[in-house]
Ligand binder design. Structure first.
Ligand SMILES: C[S@@+](CC[C@H](N)C(=O)[O-])C[C@H]1O[C@@H](n2cnc3c(N)ncnc32)[C@H](O)[C@@H]1O
Length: 263
C-alpha cells in the first residue's frame, strides 16, 4: 500500500465542517484516556470477524480506528492491520493497548492509501461523527481491492423521524462532535450512493446504561447532569427504550453491520 500524501482531496470541506473538525479534535483528545477502557468488549458478541469474511493473508484498514478495540478483533484472522484516525491521542492509546497495529494519522475524507489495495476497508462507530458520510464511504470503496469488501458498523436510530431527531439531540448534548445517528434505510442509501452493493446486513441490539455511556472520568459532571435531565424529560421520545434503574438509566443500543462490495 503506497502512501500518496500529496494527492488532493476531491471532497471540499465547508466552514461548518472545519468547526466540526475542531470540536471533534477537542472531544476525542479529552476522551482518549478513558475511551479504550470504557468501550472494551462492546463488539465481542457481534461475530465481526466471521461476518467480514477476511482471510489469513488479508490487509484490514479501519478508518476512525480510535483506540483500536475494533480492529484488534482481527488480530488472529488477518495478516496486516492498519489503524487510521484523525485524532493522534486516540492512536496513542491504540499503541498502548494493542500490539501489531500499524498506526496512521489521517482524515477519512482524504485517505493516504493507494486505490484498490486492501481486502477489507472498515469503519466502526465513526460514521455518526462524520458530516459527509457519502464521500467518506467513497474513500473506503476506493481503497478496497476489486475483489475486496467494505465493512460498516455504526449505531442506528429508528426509522421514525421524531425519534431520530430526539436521539440526535440527546447524542449531541452528550458529545458535541456527534454528527448524526441514522436509520438503517439511510445506511443502505448511503452505501448505494457511494457505489457499493450490500452483500450482508445485520442489526445487533445490546443493553447499555447511562453510568457506563458517560463515565465520570471521561465526561464533565455538568454534561452528565444535563443528559440525565434530558432522559428523564424526553428519553421516551428517542426510541432508545430508556428505563430507570435506581439512580441509573438502562437503554437499548442498536448497531448495524453492513458488508459491501463494489457495485
Ligand atoms: C467513537 S470513536 C470509534 C473508535 C473505534 N472505531 C471503536 O469503535 O472503538 C470514533 C473515532 O473516529 C475518528 N474520526 C472521526 N472523524 C474522522 C475522520 N474524518 N477521519 C478519521 N477519523 C475520524 C475519531 O477521532 C474517533 O477516534
Amino acid at each position: 500500500m503506497a502512501a500518496s500524501s500529496r494527492r488532493r482531496s476531491r471532497f471540499v470541506r465547508s466552514p461548518d465542517d472545519h468547526e466540526h473538525g475542531r470540536v471533534l479534535a477537542r472531544e476525542f483528545d479529552r476522551a482518549a484516556a478513558g475511551f479504550a477502557e470504557r468501550t472494551r468488549g462492546r463488539f465481542d458478541d457481534m461475530d465481526v470477524v466471521e461476518f467480514s469474511r477476511v482471510g489469513p493473508s488479508d490487509t484490514v484498514v479501519e478508518v476512525g480506528a480510535g483506540t483500536g478495540n475494533f480492529l484488534a478483533l482481527f488480530a488472529s484472522a488477518a495478516a496486516r492491520l492498519v489503524a487510521l484516525d484523525i485524532t493522534p491521542a486516540m492512536l496513542k492509546q491504540a499503541r498502548e493497548h494493542h500490539r501489531g497495529l500499524h498506526l496512521v494519522v489521517g482524515d477519512g475524507l482524504r485517505l493516504p492509501f493507494a486505490s484498490a489495495g486492501v481486502e477489507l476497508a472498515a469503519s466502526a462507530q465513526a460514521l455518526h461523527h462524520v458530516t459527509q458520510p457519502v464521500p467518506f464511504l467513497i474513500e473506503l470503496r476506493r481503497i478496497a481491492a476489486r475483489t475486496g469488501r467494505v465493512l460498516v458498523v455504526d449505531q442506528v436510530a429508528t426509522e421514525r423521524y421524531e425519534e431520530l431527531a430526539a436521539m440526535n439531540e440527546l447524542e449531541r448534548l452528550r458529545d458535541p462532535s456527534h454528527a448524526a445517528s441514522r436509520p438503517p434505510s439511510a445506511f443502505r442509501i448511503m452505501l448505494w450512493a457511494a457505489g457499493l452493493r450490500i452483500v450482508d446486513e445485520r442489526i445487533v441490539t445490546a443493553v447499555d446504561r447511562l453510568s457506563k455511556w458517560m463515565w465520570p472520568g471521561e465526561f464533565p459532571p455538568e454534561r452528565i447532569d444535563a443528559v440525565a435531565a434530558f432522559i428523564a424529560l424526553r428519553g421516551a421520545q428517542t426510541g432508545m427504550k430508556f428505563e430507570r434503574d435506581a439512580d441509573d438509566w438502562v437503554f437499548e443500543r442498536r448497531r448495524i453491520m453492513l458488508l459491501a462490495e463494489r457495485a
